[in-house]
Write a protein that binds this ligand. Structure first.
Ligand SMILES: [Fe+2]
Ligand SMILES: [Fe+2]
Length: 287
């Protein structure tokens, strides 16, 4: 069995809750995962002190298992995004936009991790105000993300290189399925992105951004991406949706099945609160 802890939206800075972060670290240690996937929004205001805290927390997590991390919309610098969109400063604007992420977290915005039984291809969907993420909904301007064609090609390469039996997983920051409470999509090009992932053989998409945990399946995605499961991790912070606790997800895959369990914050601990198990599409061909 391969175990992947999927957490998101830690929002270091004012929203972070150290008791929950400490507790999650202990819970994750106890779950003995093979990998830890962090789907963006490490910070609240993209400040250097917030990134320092995020980096030291990720270092603690790396003592438990390999960590795969991507940026979220809170982790990029606005001026760079605007300058880039206006065609000013070109490459420099790009460097500025991600400069703190590059400095404190990683130079790689779309990293890949393979562990026995699974390959996870991370894609950066946080581009700020940019052509691919334009929306008529003003309040979503600069918040919404998109999947770039070039990054889909990188996922294809990562999947080609991976062990044929490894579960194919894509990680993005923005939620491709509407949040239950927000009623908002995170991605500007949802259908196209999900279809591409599905065509590449992805079985699971990990995402965050909505701050409400969810497990979506093929029933709701039949038209665009049959067979795809979506794990949305909630937040570990006080930026929770009304009435929802902080939470993270655990993905467990075997050759036959893929299970997702949500661990929610309740009376001082993270406890399993919801679980769904799916038969893997690839399992039907196996003897
Ligand atoms: Fe967030
Ligand atoms: Fe976000």
């Amino acid at each position: 069995m391969t175990r992947i802890v999927h957490t998101s939206d830690l929002h270091f800075g004012r929203p972070s809750v150290s008791e929950q972060l400490d507790c999650m670290e202990e819970s994750v240690r106890g779950l003995t995962p093979d990998a830890i996937a962090v789907s963006g929004d490490l910070t609240q205001r993209c400040s250097a002190p917030e990134f320092e805290q995020a980096r030291s927390y990720l270092e603690r997590m790396r003592e438990i298992a390999p960590v795969l991390v991507i940026p979220g919309n809170h982790d990029i610098r606005w001026l760079g995004a605007v300058a880039r969109n206006l065609g000013l400063f070109g490459r420099q604007a790009h460097e500025f936009k991600y400069s703190r992420y590059f400095r404190y977290i990683s130079k790689d915005l779309s990293p890949t991790l393979e562990v026995p039984g699974a390959v996870i291809a991370g894609i950066n969907t946080a581009h700020g105000i940019s052509r691919g993420s334009l929306t008529r909904r003003f309040r979503d301007l600069g918040v919404i993300g998109h999947v770039k064609r070039r990054d889909v090609e990188e996922v294809a390469k990562a999947f080609e290189k991976a062990d044929p039996d490894a579960a194919r997983i894509v990680m993005i920051h923005h939620n491709p399925v509407k949040g239950e409470r927000t009623g908002r999509h995170g991605l500007a090009n949802t259908k196209e992105a999900l279809r591409s992932f599905s065509e590449l053989g992805a079985e699971l998409v990990l995402c965050g951004h909505d701050h409400q945990e969810a497990i979506h399946t093929l029933e709701s995605l039949e038209e665009t991406a049959p067979g795809l499961v979506i794990s949305t991790a909630g937040t570990i912070s006080n930026r929770v949706r009304a009435g929802r606790p902080s939470s993270f997800n655990l993905v467990e895959t075997t050759e036959q099945d893929m299970g997702i369990t949500t661990y929610s914050w309740k009376t001082g601990a993270f406890r399993p609160s919801k679980q769904r198990v799916f038969r893997r599409a690839s399992a039907s061909g196996r003897v």
